[in-house]
Design a binder for this molecule. Structure first.
Ligand SMILES: O=C(O)C1=C[C@@H](OP(=O)(O)O)[C@@H](O)[C@H](O)C1
Ligand SMILES: C=C(OP(=O)(O)O)C(=O)O
Length: 431
């Protein structure tokens, strides 16, 4: 008689709220008429920076003592006054808040860390100017970005979103506050699922948005009304836990990321499926069950889900054949030049890695001990932590940088996979 081995018991990962949903919900609630309640928001450096920035723009946000929900008292319009707004490292703050400010009245200067200042905002500044706002940027078209606002009439606008979808998301979210609404024509667009997320949330706050033709968006001047929202767990963060399942032969479930998820990055599970893992998605969860080996020998376009490309690239040395990831040129413009940063780290481990403008190929191979250069990029720290579950020979030069989106990452990863070392010293961010 043969006995069929029982499937491994699934580990349940406690993944905190989505950064992208939290910051969109904050902005929409701030612009809405009435009080909105955001349940299970992400508490991390990026969302606390966004919340603080809205506070500095005059929005009242309180945390509930009972369940940590955030209560946002909306302005019912754009902000009024003057202010210097600190965006820290948060791309979403630098790209979503200036259009909101331009729809208000006053003088606002948006600044950020050196890392954020190195990232582009020029296409957004240019779009706001063409809408009639007075906007200045730093010498290379970067932060600081100054907006002198007297409300905006709206009309028609062409936007170039080939460097980041966040420009389009920011303009879309401000559009219902413009006197005449907005017709947006998008020339080139990366990270499309984030735009779908933007539109879905705008509708939940009462906006009317139509996509008349591919790349053509019409937004009516309805303003927003308050809404109560439960924030889904972050799908990009989930990728580390799901990849860990694939690599260790365990089963990991992330509750809260079911069929109806608004986040494109849940599709990372499908990439793991191509690499040989078993994936199950239900109404309210995703589960990945690994075999402990990774199937390589394929090429995958991760342009729509580029925050997760490093999760795959970092574990690719353990695959049975080379893996190519393409369509990710815009990942060079994030917290680090992510193609370059991942390639350098892999090469430092002795892994053959080839790169081009928008692609990377990782070859299988043994890894030698190394100290991973995180470049203050949370995703490098988390992605290489997955690889280290199997190699056990890596250390991170900046484990605390995970606080941008998940201050408790090391504790939760260690809880599920005790071989993951707990770094000394606390991470940042508290509500
Ligand atoms: O709109 C958003 O919330 C985001 C969009 C993506 O950026 P790009 O559009 O620049 O790729 C993503 O990388 C980022 O983490 C969050
Ligand atoms: C690119 C990222 O962040 P942002 O653009 O929101 O700063 C990220 O979280 O991977």
């Amino acid at each position: 008689m043969t006995t069929v081995p029982a499937p491994p018991e699934a580990l349940h990962a406690r993944v905190p709220g989505s950064k992208s949903l939290t910051n969109r919900a904050l902005l929409l609630a701030a612009a809405a008429e009435g009080t909105s309640v955001l349940t299970a928001p992400l508490v991390s450096d990026d969302t606390m920076a966004f919340r603080q920035a809205l506070g500095d723009l005059g929005v009242r946000i309180r945390s509930s003592d009972d369940d940590g929900a955030w209560q946002v008292t909306g302005l019912g319009r754009g902000p009024r006054g003057t202010g210097r707004i600190w965006c820290a490292d948060a791309g979403t703050a630098a790209r979503f808040l200036p259009p909101l400010a331009a729809a208000g009245h006053g003088d606002f200067v948006f600044t950020g860390s050196d890392q954020l200042t190195a990232r582009p905002v020029a296409p957004l500044a240019d779009a706001l100017r063409r809408l009639g706002a007075q906007v200045d940027t730093g010498p290379d078209g970067t932060l600081p970005l100054r907006v002198h606002a007297e409300g905006l009439d709206g009309g028609e606008l062409e936007v170039d979103s080939r460097l980041s979808s966040q420009f389009l998301s920011g303009l879309l979210m401000a559009a219902p506050l413009l006197r005449g609404g907005l017709l947006l024509k998008v020339r080139e667009l990366v990270s499309r699922p984030y735009v779908d997320m933007t539109i879905a949330l705008m509708r939940q706050f009462g906006a009317e948005v139509a996509e008349d033709a591919p790349g053509g968006f019409a937004v009516r001047p309805t303003g927003y009304r308050a809404a109560d929202l439960r924030i889904e767990p972050d799908a990009s963060t989930a990728s580390y836990f799901l990849a860990a399942a694939a690599l260790t032969g365990r089963s990991v479930t992330v509750p809260g990321l079911g069929h109806g998820s608004l986040q494109g990055d849940v599709r990372f599970a499908e990439v793991l499926e191509r690499a040989g893992a078993r994936v199950r998605r239900t109404e309210d969860a995703v589960t990945v069950t690994g075999t402990g080996t990774l199937r390589g020998g394929f090429a995958v376009d991760m342009g729509d889900i580029s925050d997760t490309f490093m999760t795959l690239a970092a574990i690719a040395p353990l695959a049975d054949a080379p893996l190519t990831i393409h369509g990710i040129g815009h990942a060079r413009l994030k917290e680090s030049d992510r193609i370059e940063a991942v390639a350098r780290n892999l090469r430092a481990l002795g892994v053959r890695t080839d790169t081009g403008r928008d692609w990377i190929t990782v070859h299988p191979g043994a890894t030698s001990p190394a100290r991973i250069a995180c470049h203050r990029d949370h995703r490098i720290a988390m992605a290489f932590s997955v690889l280290n579950l199997r190699t056990g020979n890596l250390t991170l030069d900046d484990p605390g940088c995970v606080a941008k989106t998940f201050p408790g990452f090391h504790e939760e990863f260690h809880r599920l996979f005790p071989v993951h070392p707990l770094p000394a010293g606390p991470a940042r961010a508290s509500a």
